[in-house]
Design a protein around this ligand. Structure first.
Ligand code: FAD
Ligand code: DLZ
Ligand code: SF4
Length: 503
């Protein structure tokens, strides 16, 4: 076999990557390249940029120590062409090589580009439980697509939380136990922080200098940037947070950005952690009696259920999926999604912590920023670009179906069985935001009414034809229809007045 160039991307930082396993460290050259095209296809949060570049540089060192010849091109290298294709061409010439080997990229945009490269072999990305072609086959043959059905297959495939061929505890899903609001508590755990080492410091200086027009606070920077650190961070989660992960999964608190969440998607999606190893470790905690089943099952479901399911949907439905807009929502994204400057305390808190940490947990993304956009009729594509930019764990294969499908119902119900639309009462029940708000969560109409209350009914009214056909929403349409014409008119007028000010 003649020597080849092995391209490793910024979210492929796994020693058992298919391209590395197929390569020969005695003769092949690994190329890793920091390029402006990847750093700017959306205006990524500055912490995300620092994380990706630092983790790439650390991984290159680890590969060298493992005996690989690594050619690493920095962003500030004057000869850097700014694109992956340009860097592959330059590296092929530099090393007098004729062939490139790579693991398939995670995003459709890059897959299209790389498929057009000469003399390039692309290997499947086998760091997932489900194969994407197998998913498409499974999905195609079904009438309705539901995560729960797919999840059961994955439980059986992996044997996780199984007793013979039955689910542990006699139930597949313990979500009903997982809806407790949380109380602010000084002893709340938080993710393990890592002080920046010299490699990270150098990256922080570079990002500060070159990306000052991007969103987000760069410092304090405390993320893990190596596999060893990410494993420590996950072990810390198992010890301090997993026990209560399930019960408080949907809770939101002003002073606790992470609650009992794992803060691992950023590491997992870059390849620093392995999903099956994580799930096995969680199962071990449950089998040892250290955590309850609802927490272990809840965590495992997110990883082998939702994470794999959204990836399957992404590859099955792209490229058309990105343009879905079933609810015909065309309002521009309000400026306050970037500035956080809004009297709505829930949105202000979620956006502030997004700016600080490049992080918000699932319910903040789904039921605050996502819910508001859904109710207000924000253009789903603009919203998608926002989510893709602002979260450190965001890559299109996982972000897009969560935004377009789960959060905005823009795929017309392919991914989610009902729109995640809720009034202020839900946010009030699950958080402590409302006490700090200029609006009154109990008020249903008038200038002080919580905007979620006003917009909720406008949403139901606007989409009543579609929603009345959905068994999980038809009841709300009937409630709307029982309102007097005067009440309906007032709710819609007040909502429109709010939206007019929103711009
Ligand atoms: P935890 O709450 O501790 O959950 C554990 C793990 O489960 C996560 O790390 C993640 O890997 C997985 N997981 C949980 N829910 C989902 C889900 N719905 N889809 C896929 N994986 C899931 N997740 C991303 O990884 N990247 C994204 O870009 C992303 N964008 C999102 C956009 C929207 C609008 C919504 C509603 C959700 C999005 N999610 C995304 C899913 C979820 O919000 C994040 O995975 C989670 O908040 C990450 O924080 P954590 O590691 O503390 O997760
Ligand atoms: C996210 C990201 C960033 C910011 N920069 C780079 C980069 O400079 N070089 C690189 O190889 N990868 C980077 N990445 C990750 C890619 O964007 C990612 O591999 C694709 O989006 C496919 O998922
Ligand atoms: Fe959000 Fe409404 Fe509560 Fe204000 S009153 S924090 S807008 S839910």
């Amino acid at each position: 076999m003649s020597p080849r160039l092995i391209l490793v991307l910024g979210d492929q930082l796994s020693p058992d990557l298919s391209s590395l396993c197929a390569g020969d460290r005695a003769i092949d050259v690994v190329l890793m390249a920091e390029v402006m095209a990847e750093a700017s296809y959306v205006r990524h949060h500055r912490k995300k940029l620092a994380f990706v570049f630092s983790a790439m540089r650390h991984f290159a060192e680890e590969l060298r120590q493992a005996g690989w010849r690594v050619d690493y091109v920095r962003l500030d290298n004057p000869a850097n062409t700014g694109t992956l294709q340009g860097e592959v061409q330059r590296a092929l010439a530099r090393h007098r090589l004729g062939q490139t080997l790579a693991t398939e990229p995670g995003e459709w945009r890059l897959m299209e580009t790389m498929r057009g490269w000469d003399a390039t072999e692309l290997l499947p990305d086998d760091r997932f439980v489900a194969d994407r072609h197998g998913f498409a086959q499974w999905a195609q043959d079904r009438k309705g697509l539901r995560m729960e059905h797919f999840y059961r297959l994955m439980r059986r495939k992996t044997g996780l939380l199984m007793v013979g061929d039955q689910p542990a505890g006699g139930q597949w899903n313990f979500d009903m136990d997982n809806r407790k609001p949380a109380k602010s508590n000084v002893a709340m755990p938080r993710p393990l922080p890592f002080p920046p080492d010299p490699i990270t410091r150098e990256v922080l200086d570079m990002v500060a200098g070159r990306f000052d027009d991007h969103f987000g606070d760069l410092e304090p920077f405390w993320f893990a940037t190596t596999r060893a650190e990410a494993e420590q961070a996950f072990a810390h989660f198992l010890k301090t947070s997993l026990r209560d992960f399930g019960a408080y999964q949907d809770a939101m608190l002003r002073d606790h950005k992470f609650l009992h969440h794992a803060f691992v998607a950023v590491y997992l999606n870059a390849g620093l952690l392995d999903p099956l190893e994580m799930c096995r470790a969680v199962e071990t905690e449950w089998r040892a009696g250290r955590v309850p089943l609802n927490s272990a099952e809840g965590f495992i479901r997110q990883i082998i259920g939702w994470r794999e399911f959204v990836r399957g949907v992404y590859w099955w439905r792209m490229p058309g999926y990105a343009a879905s807009n079933a609810l015909e929502a065309h309002r521009p994204l309000p400026e306050f999604y970037w500035s956080g400057d809004t009297p709505m305390a829930c949105l202000r808190a979620c956006i502030a912590q997004t700016r600080e940490e490049a992080y918000a947990h699932h319910i903040q993304r789904l039921m605050v920023t996502g819910n508001f956009a859904l109710l207000a009729g924000i253009d789903p594509h603009e919203l998608h670009e926002w989510y893709l930019a602002v979260y450190a764990d965001a890559y299109e294969w996982v972000e897009l179906p969560n935004t377009i499908g789960m959060s905005q119902f823009a795929d017309g119900g392919l991914l989610a069985s009902k729109p995640y639309a809720a009034s202020g009462a839900y946010i009030h029940r699950m958080s402590d935001y409302c006490g700090d708000c200029a609006y009154d969560v109990k008020a249903k109409a008038g200038p002080r009414a919580c905007p979620f209350n006003l917009l909720y009914w406008r949403f139901i009214a606007r989409h009543k034809q579609r929603l009345s056909r959905n068994p999980r929403m038809a009841q709300m349409v009937r409630t709307w229809e029982r309102f007097s014409p005067e009440k309906q008119a007032q709710l819609v007028n007040d909502a429109d007045a709010f939206l007019a000010v929103l711009g």
